[in-house]
Design a protein around this ligand. Structure first.
Ligand code: F3S
Length: 427
């Protein structure tokens, strides 16, 4: 791998042991991937140390966060002092909601550990956005900007909608990127890998957020980790619809980039989206495919009695919170059902000032921040049956937490929270 003088000085240890280990890791990682060089990045979105169960166990034994960062972000058994980050970095979800950890049944030791984790990251300059939707709270990549993002639902938006350039990174590569401001130049950083591979002919009018989740779920299964090009979209989707699409397509497949002809910045036309390539496969999304995706997402659920409703995956923006409030105002959640709604901490601040948090609280529901059930593996006691408006959450919860899960619209989910029963159907 070719390295410039700044990169060589880090590799030689002239900028301290932590940056040296970070550079060693990036060189090893880049060479394994066939990258010829590194590229400057100033937009890193990362998490994990202290959030994942293994890291928490390690942190209890090690007793200090430098050791945890060294082990989990630099792949180093030797603990080194971690200096300030070199590039703009923000934190994705962490393991708990610091304001609602008791409701989440989190033990005090874990709460304290998560707080130590936060303070450590804040001290070295990692901004505590604590969300899987950093683009809702100020981190919107610029077209062409090289990024190093971890969160699978946010990566396709970074590449496809904002025109940033990232691969789905891990905690080691993002940790090393924070300390060096570098990431291997491969994958979606390169023009040729950003061209479409599969044509998705959309023959159904996508009228709801749920439709976009179903389209994503269906397309992800077919294209896996390739680059789909959606053609035939009649209505420009808003960010909420794209969030649900991206989260779904990255769950059933491993999609990191997509194009929507006439909508996304590298797809003014089919020719631009595919370049000189021609699609390897074509997929049609019509009412049959939509129903199949719906049935797959609901395949784990049999019992109509719902005891847990999860909204806000990916994290909700303020408009979605307002919509939930319109459905909840003046009503109470069923005695044997819990409704947890997830949003970035900064969005909750707006909800507080808008009176939305109070409406949610008065209904018996909780507006939570910083985490989610799938990632934090937190849930109310005795949950068996979940309802959610998120294809991603419906995909992961049965496997991760063993819950049978209903998937439907936001309105159906709120109704289930109020009545305690699932009455959703595909219209
Ligand atoms: Fe975000 Fe958790 Fe969903 S990280 S995308 S709310 S599974």
């Amino acid at each position: 791998m070719r390295l410039n003088s700044d990169e060589l000085s880090m590799l030689d240890g002239k900028q301290g042991p932590a940056r040296q280990k970070a550079m060693e890791l990036l060189v090893k990682y880049g060479e394994a991937l066939g990258a010829e060089r590194l590229v400057d990045t100033n937009n890193i979105c990362a998490g994990v140390a202290g959030s994942a169960p293994a890291a928490r166990e390690f942190a209890v034994k090690a007793g200090n966060m430098d050791a945890v960062f060294s082990e989990f972000h630099l792949d180093s058994a030797e603990s080194v002092e971690i200096p300030d980050v070199k590039a703009f970095s923000c934190h994705i979800n962490q393991a708990i909601d610091p304001a609602n950890w008791r409701i989440q049944r989190v033990p005090p030791e874990m709460y304290e550990l998560c707080m130590r984790h936060e303070w450590f990251f804040a001290r070295i300059g990692v901004q505590l956005l604590n969300t899987c939707a950093p683009y809702l709270v100020g981190n919107i990549p610029i077209k062409g900007q090289h990024c190093a993002w971890m969160e699978s639902s946010a990566v396709p938006l970074c590449n496809s909608v904002f025109g940033g350039r990232t691969n789905t990174e891990g905690c080691e590569s993002t940790g090393a990127a924070m300390l060096t401001g570098k990431i291997p130049y491969w994958g979606y950083h390169l023009d040729e890998n950003r061209l479409g591979t599969h044509l998705v002919d959309v023959g159904f009018d996508l009228e709801t957020v749920m439709d976009w989740g179903l389209l994503g779920y269906c397309a992800g299964e077919v294209v896996q980790e390739k680059v789909p090009v959606l053609n035939g979209i009649k209505q420009i989707p808003n960010l909420t619809r794209l969030q649900h699409f991206a989260a779904a397509i990255a769950s059933s497949g491993g999609v990191e980039m997509f194009h929507i002809v006439g909508v996304t910045p590298e797809a003014n036309s089919l020719d631009q989206a595919f370049g000189k390539k021609r699609p390897t496969t074509s997929l049609r999304f019509g009412s049959v495919e939509r129903r199949e995706a719906y049935e797959k997402l609901n395949s784990s659920a049999k019992d109509s009695n719902v005891d847990f409703v999860v909204l806000g995956c990916p994290h909700y923006g303020i408009e979605e919170i307002w919509r939930v409030c319109r459905l909840l105002e003046g009503k109470r959640i069923h005695a044997s059902t819990n409704l947890w709604i997830f949003a970035p901490r900064a969005i909750k601040d707006i909800a507080d000032r808008s009176g939305y948090t109070e409406i949610i609280r008065n209904s018996g529901a909780v507006l939570m921040t910083d985490n989610c059930p799938a990632l934090g593996q937190v849930s109310p006691k005795g949950v068996r049956v979940v309802a959610t408006d998120s294809a991603k959450q419906a995909h992961y919860l049965p496997a991760l937490l063993g819950f049978s899960t209903w998937f439907g619209s936001q309105e159906e989910c709120v109704r289930a929270a109020i009545t305690g029963r699932w009455e959703g159907e595909l219209k």
